[in-house]
Design a binder for this molecule. Sequence first.
Ligand SMILES: *Cc1c(COP(=O)(O)O)cnc(C)c1O
Length: 470
Amino acid sequence: MRTDMDDAQGTGDAVAHDGGRTDEVDRYADGRAARRDEAVRAAVEQGLLDDGNPLVGLLDVTGIRESAAELRAAFDAVTAPGTPVLHAFAVKASPLVPVLRLLREEGIGAEVASPGELALARAAGVEPERTVLDSPAKTHAELREALALGIAVNADNPQELARLDALMAAGGSRSPIGIRVNPQVGGGSIEALSTATATSKFGVALRDEGAREWVVQAYLDRPWLTRLHAHTGSQGIALTMMARGAAETYALAEEINRRAGRRQVDTIDIGGGLPVNFASEASSPTYGQYARLLSETVPGLFDGRYGLVTEFGRSLLAKHGTVVARVEYAKSAGGRPVAVTHAGVQVATRTVYAPQSWPLRIAAYDAKGRRKEGPAVVQDVAGPACFAGDLLARAQSLPLLEQGDHAAALDTGAYYFAHHYAYNSLPRPGVYGFTPTGTGDIAFATVRAPQTIEEIVAESGAAHTDALIG
Ligand SMILES: *Cc1c(COP(=O)(O)O)cnc(C)c1O
């Protein structure tokens, strides 16, 4: 039987495919863990957590900068000098304007997939030439706006391409435009996040009858199609499968350029999807491992003939976020200790609804925010929502959580506390970035203020109170 932890380790097994290299460890792991402990202590001490706000999200600014620098260095190390490389952060992984602004300062652009995400990227000041639009359901208005702004667009399907034809005929655009293809290389361990299965909803399914020829002809007919895009999946996809997706995309670009008799496709967008290790502290696999595997599998992608776009999301942010919740009550049921906390389905939706696929490590802190010592006890860590399955962790071994302690859900910087689910009208928690001051203290900056009860009422139709009885 597979356990939660088997699954978590499964996401890291891609390390075994690193061309036999085992020399790379995550040299940032210890510093990250130490900063996090300091931040939890400081958050309690400085009153970010109290009776009115028993739940917060914390973001490690230093760690985010480190990951961004690692990503840039990993691709710099394998690309020919002068190759244009755009790392566009997948905004859906952390749709917070200050985070996008921080990444922009670190040289990272934005991959957006909705009008909201585009607006966030623009609010953060991400330049149009560093922005890529990729949704599978772009409306007329979205396409028009993207072309007017000059942001890159990857068309998902023939009908979208027809809309682009009309817009290009009507006025043209400086937007780089490509087609998203589905190399159909298969799925990973998490069905819901596998985008390159035979029947995936994304892109043009390349192995379907006639599809490849249709794509090639689409390029031959449209000199303005200059990019090719694939995103093989997120979390649960082995590195080798991701590299195969990139290899298939590269082979198609070569075929298009051969048939066109010129270098029409000048940029290949390889998507994101580097898996995150949720089972322990180390980042694994690393960007370095993936970039080297790619350069060994598809050397032609890195020899300077193609510009590159990447779209990493989870791997840039996950390790740098921590949900901290106060233990409101500690009880016992059927012989199992249960800590009832304020973090549940509203901030860890995937973990609560699909616990096998999304196990989280929980760290125990005491009432003052100090790391809790003591013998490991098998216990459940529950959330505040009113259904039995609202558990942040099931049967996890950790020092016994008691009333007034704090439970921290680790590696939650992507797709967790920034992805609020409004069950039970629970408020969106405040999100704070933290940085060591250098004098032994921690400075916090508000990234997103906690949602107020008044805001919940207003967002729940208070302006239309009598709408249904009139
Ligand atoms: C979600 C998504 C990404 C980012 O995936 P991660 O697993 O977070 O790296 C990149 N590109 C596209 C098109 C996506 O849908």
